[in-house]
Ligand binder design. Structure first.
Ligand SMILES: [Zn+2]
Length: 265
């Protein structure tokens, strides 16, 4: 799970009990308020919490929960997760943290906010063997083992931005699916908005990335969903955005955010 805000345990109900790892993007209340309840419900299953290493809030929260709920929350493991650090998930999946810009005053070495990239580790046929006939490849495998014909490839699948100014095309790389915060649908960045994304700037920043779909979340509750969908559609159309865009508004609970399409190219 990425972040654990108010109502996370209520919204997930039974599914929450299968959770093993919780990756937190930063220590703002709307991203961590659900932790005491979630860790209490997960109890002795020993969930793992990963958090930005530059934030002092998590050590304080852990200290409090260890005393407040020694029978349950105290079983959780807390890990300061560095940008670039990787953590395996079930199956072939893994998570990698990267630095985001949410606290603009942070210097280069202080990481108080993180985004997360989910990738799949796949075994592929070595590129120098691609021209060979199947029988020749089979012979090499029988002779030298599977390792001789395969190479490990990490395929990026989706990014969760957390709260940040817009990610760049370079940060997105070849990742096909992007879950990006879009706190403001209009307005100019600066002042309070400086550490969040504003729709027009976000679209300008990501429109050249080779995305298959963009999902906007963390939209401020000041924006009405119906009017909001219309303005997202309009901003995308004006720019000729080449990938579909979905959005989840404040207060909405959905099974599949990517299915909440508001714009099709
Ligand atoms: Zn937030």
């Amino acid at each position: 799970m990425f972040d654990c805000g108010d109502g996370a345990s209520l919204d997930l109900s039974g599914k929450l009990l299968r959770l093993k790892k919780i990756f937190i993007t930063h220590a703002d209340r709307d991203h961590i308020n659900g932790l005491p309840q979630a860790l209490n419900m997960l109890g002795s299953s020993g969930p793992e919490v990963f958090y930005p290493p530059g934030s002092g809030s998590f050590a304080a929260l852990k200290r409090f929960l260890d005393v407040f709920d020694p029978e349950t929350c105290a079983h959780a493991t807390w890990t300061a997760f560095e940008p670039g650090q990787k953590e395996p998930l079930s199956g072939d999946w893994m998570v990698e943290a990267f630095k985001t810009q949410h606290f603009l005053s942070d210097d280069q070495d202080r990481h108080r906010s993180l985004g997360y990239l989910v990738s799949r580790v796949v075994q592929k046929l070595r590129s120098d063997l691609r021209g060979l006939e199947q029988e020749e490849i089979d012979l090499i495998r029988e002779d030298q083992g599977r390792e001789a014909i395969q190479t490990e490839v990490i395929e990026p699948y989706y990014i969760v931005s957390g709260d940040t100014v817009p990610l760049s095309t370079e940060q997105i790389g070849a990742t096909p699916y992007l879950v990006h915060e879009c706190t403001f649908l209009d307005g100019t960045p600066g002042g309070r908005m400086g550490d969040h994304s504003v729709l027009p700037n976000l679209l300008d920043s990501v429109m050249q990335a080779p995305l298959k779909k963009l999902l906007l979340y963390h939209i401020s509750q000041r924006f009405d969903p119906e009017a909001g969908r219309a303005s997202i559609n309009e901003e995308c159309r004006q720019r000729g955005i080449r990938f579909p865009v979905a959005a989840v508004f404040a207060g909405e609970t959905v099974d599949d955010g990517f299915a909440q399409t508001v714009y099709e190219p």
